[in-house]
Design a protein. Structure first.
Length: 329
């Protein structure tokens, strides 16, 4: 298995003495970080700064942890569910690491280039081509763009629980993984103290749980590929979860190359260490970057289509309907 010298997630959870010593040295910085975050939150709580209030409902899907907690599949599920309830939906995402992240831009129709728009917006557009998408970390500007172009639509935020300048009407926090390490950055994985879960209107799992459907691997042309021997190439915050899901669905992973989250996958040595006789299984977030390379010829790529749903879904639908009906906009 190849990859970065050390994933931060590995260091945060490792029981090795050197990693424990490393974390211990960072604990004072974590205390400072947590205190700074609570002070920032207090500025808005006590009205010293006013959050922008969007005239239409704003639903934020967020989390407290750094790295992947399954937000994107949940956001796509939630958008589809809201549309089935006859709500228009506009999705706001940050476009992390891309030029588009510096503002808030209404994405054009059609496929998005990951280098210009970010891997997650490009992935979302590939998976949900008709969903309106505003890309950029300036969420207040994104809300104004949504108001101008899609009046009356729900603004659904992919991430942004820690973005306080835009007021949210509903916050759904995904807290699907409970690490032993409860420290904030940099000694631990928390973006803000875990007790701040109470800021959310709903924490999942809890009353509801997210259930992953059986993953399906397809070719770039959409043909289903049956489980067998394969190798994995991915750039994720939680790659072990991806590997585990593949193994559970019948795949035998013989080789894997794990890159840091959001790696652009543009390096000349990307294919080094990967075998030519095995299919390469990737996530949709990886595929939208790989498809832009000029050296894919002869490589067998399998893309995991990963869907989730909430159980019990009828009660979750009723919860959403009740909350939305109770909003005074």
């Amino acid at each position: 298995m190849s990859g970065p010298l050390k994933h931060w997630a590995d260091r945060w959870e490792s029981t090795k003495w050197n990693d424990r010593l490393f974390r211990g040295a960072l604990v004072p910085l974590s205390w400072l970080y947590a205190g700074g975050w609570q002070s920032y939150l207090a500025i808005y709580r006590f009205g010293l700064k006013k959050a922008h209030r969007h005239p239409f409902p704003v639903i934020c899907v967020g989390n407290l942890l750094v790295g992947g907690t399954g937000k994107s599949p949940f956001v796509l599920y939630l958008a589809e569910l809201l549309q089935s309830m006859d709500h228009a939906v506009v999705l706001s995402c940050s476009g992390y690491g891309s030029p588009a992240s510096e503002s808030a831009t209404l994405a054009p129709d059609g496929p998005l280039n990951a280098r210009d728009w970010g891997d997650e917006p490009a992935m979302i557009r590939w998976l949900a081509p008709s969903l309106p998408l505003i890309v950029g970390r300036h969420r207040v500007t994104a809300a104004k763009r949504a108001e101008a172009h899609f009046p009356g639509a729900i603004l659904l935020m992919d991430d942004g629980m820690q973005h306080l300048p835009l007021a949210k009407d509903l916050i759904i926090a995904l807290d699907t993984k409970l690490p032993r390490n409860r420290f904030c950055l940099p000694a631990g994985p928390y973006r803000e103290p875990r007790r701040n879960r109470k800021r959310a209107d709903l924490v999942v799992p809890g009353e509801f749980k997210v259930v992953a459907d059986e993953p399906v691997v397809v070719s770039p042309e959409g043909e289903v590929i049956l489980p067998g021997e394969a190798q994995v190439l991915c750039a994720l915050g939680q790659p072990k979860r991806f590997l585990k899901s593949l193994t559970k669905s019948g795949w035998t992973v013989l080789e894997s190359k794990l890159l840091p989250d959001h790696d652009p996958m543009t390096s000349d040595d990307l294919w080094d260490g990967l075998r030519a006789d095995l299919p390469i299984v990737v996530t949709p977030k990886d595929w939208v970057k790989l498809r832009e390379r000029s050296d894919l010829a002869g490589r067998r790529i399998g893309i995991v289509r990963h869907r989730v749903h909430v159980e019990p879904e009828d009660r979750f639908r009723d919860w959403l309907r009740e909350k939305l009906n109770g909003l005074q906009k």
